[in-house]
Design a protein around this ligand. Structure first.
Ligand code: ZN
Ligand code: ZN
Length: 340
């Protein structure tokens, strides 16, 4: 008996039926955008981990993040599943494998009747002290994100971006560097990279960033001394580093700081117009998503029977895969944002 075609059992689901991907022989959705009966969640970012599902299966890290962010909405029944522990849901064997994106992030490996589909969720290939590295899993169909799926997106080494921050600190000791960054993942990664570069002063955090930093600490990620920016006098933070959500960067919140020097950490900072548009003086190209080279390398490493591309610039990667002899097509999933 030949194995079933991947697209006969894993299919994009229309938003009015839950959205995300639907796995028919297992009776569950992956990263559904609307409340569903049974959801498997790849990671805690808000476009993937939405509230209101009856049953949620995810890694312990992702469940803890969902609990912290969504409270009651984190799911009626929450089932933790450790990495590399296969379980059966309906007729499908489900295994979670590290994706290297943020703490707890997982690829979902689905096996059914000799056919294997891997849903990567979001991922990157660079080392990240805050989460386990991505593991390539050979499969019949690989679902990849393509947030930065254009050859123009090449993320420089993170060490160089961190050095820019420390250099700016030494140039402008009277100013306060405030780095706009995502609360989940980016914030904690920047902190660990600053520490790795030898920066051991207290770091000041916007209130929105504190709970997830505490959560990361609880999961064993070392962050050094953190202080709430809100409880600290502006003058005392002069010559220091503040981390804040991107939304606070255009806010009166900034006025509490003495002569703030606005920085912003995102893969999109490769696009100069974006940095200018946000009034960013110090653009930092630090991303938790694979850049073009990482996407291509991952396709080579996974060597899938077919490639399904979602979340971003699908066409360029689909085209490139074709030149490599890999059958590829865009998956038009609705409801997944840029998230950086
Ligand atoms: Zn994400
Ligand atoms: Zn995403």
């Amino acid at each position: 008996m030949t194995a079933p075609a991947p697209d006969s059992w894993v299919t994009p689901c229309p938003p009015d039926q839950g959205g995300g991907l639907w796995v028919a022989p297992g009776g569950f959705h992956i990263d559904p955008t609307r409340p569903v009966g049974r959801a498997v969640i790849t990671h805690g970012h808000s476009d993937h981990a939405r509230p209101g599902h009856a049953h949620v299966l995810a890694t312990p890290g992702t469940l803890a993040i969902m609990q912290a962010r969504l409270g009651e909405g984190a799911g009626l029944h929450r089932q933790p599943l450790a990495y590399r522990q296969p379980i059966r849901i309906g007729e499908v064997t489900v295994t979670l494998v590290p994706a290297g994106h943020v703490l707890g992030s997982a690829q979902v490996v689905l096996d059914w009747r000799g056919s294997r589909v891997v849903i990567s969720g979001d991922y990157k290939r660079r080392p990240d002290p805050t989460c386990e590295p991505f593991e390539p899993v050979p499969c019949d169909a690989f679902v990849t994100e393509a947030t930065f799926g254009l050859p123009v997106f090449r993320h420089p080494p993170v060490e160089g971006e961190i050095a820019k921050v420390l250099h700016a600190l030494s140039l402008f000791p009277e100013r306060t560097i405030v780095i706009g960054c995502y609360a989940l993942g980016k914030c904690q990664r920047l902190i660990t990279e600053l520490r790795r570069a030898g920066y051991d002063h207290p770091l000041y955090l916007h209130g929105a960033h504190l709970p997830l930093c505490e959560l990361y600490r609880g999961q064993g990620v070392e962050l050094g001394e953190l202080r709430p920016a809100t409880a600290t006098d502006g003058a005392a933070m002069r010559g220091g580093i503040v981390l804040a959500p991107p939304s606070a960067m255009a806010d009166k919140w900034l006025r509490r700081l003495v002569d703030p020097l606005p920085a912003y950490a995102s893969g999109w900072m490769r696009v100069r117009a974006r940095a200018r548009q946000h009034g960013v003086e110090l653009p930092l190209i630090v991303s938790d998503h694979a850049d073009w080279d990482e996407l291509c390398q991952t396709v080579r490493d996974v060597a899938p029977g077919e490639l399904w591309v979602t979340h971003g610039s699908e066409e360029a990667l689909v085209h490139w895969a074709g030149t490599q002899g890999v059958k590829a097509r865009p998956l038009h999933l609705v409801g997944f944002g840029e998230e950086e």
